[in-house]
Design a protein around this ligand. Sequence first.
Ligand code: PGA
Length: 222
Amino acid sequence: MRKQFFVANWKSHKTIEETREWFSDMSLRLHELNISDEQKLIVCPPYPLLSFCHEAISQHHLPITLGSEDISPFPEGAYTGAVSARLLRELVTYTIIGHSERRQYFSETVEILSEKVKMSLASGIEPIYCISNKEEKIPQGVKIVAYEPLSAIGSGHPDSPDDAEAVAKFLKGNNDIAHVLYGGSVTAEDVNSYMHLPSIDGVLVGGASLTPEGFCGIIQHA
Ligand code: PGA
């Protein structure tokens, strides 16, 4: 079986109490699911929830790895509000970089994103680099790319599997990347139409990952 990635992007959702509830429900569901070593479950919560999630994963013995939703393009130092790779590496294995919401609302440029990729790689954190069209430049060293067409994000109108496959194949053929994920309105109902495609190795899930039912449904129907 090839690797399958299920990445939950919680965005700016959830309080500590809601996170506690998510993990206790998730724990019951996951123990029934028999997750294999090839299935990578990655949860990316807001920064202030990372240590809580870290504790919850070890307390419930869950097959979940943590990622951050972002990372500082700067080293540790006088950068108010930024969270450095040096701190993140104690909590996460992955980081999302270049999500379209970061580009749109926080004016992140390709130059900034390249610095973030450098910071994460230098600290041993694996970037999950998001792009919304296949011509976008992908910084050196990125091994996992998430293709998320803008019209598909949060809209309930996912991309067609044919288009997602064509883009994923193009990306793999033209870059040295190991894995391509699809993201944009993925649910338990449509996940299989992406996961069975030869060039797609997983999904990046926003809305549907906010409930354990939604996220487990996706894993189950993949
Ligand atoms: P969505 O978000 O699943 O809610 O469309 C996906 C994403 O933005 O990563």
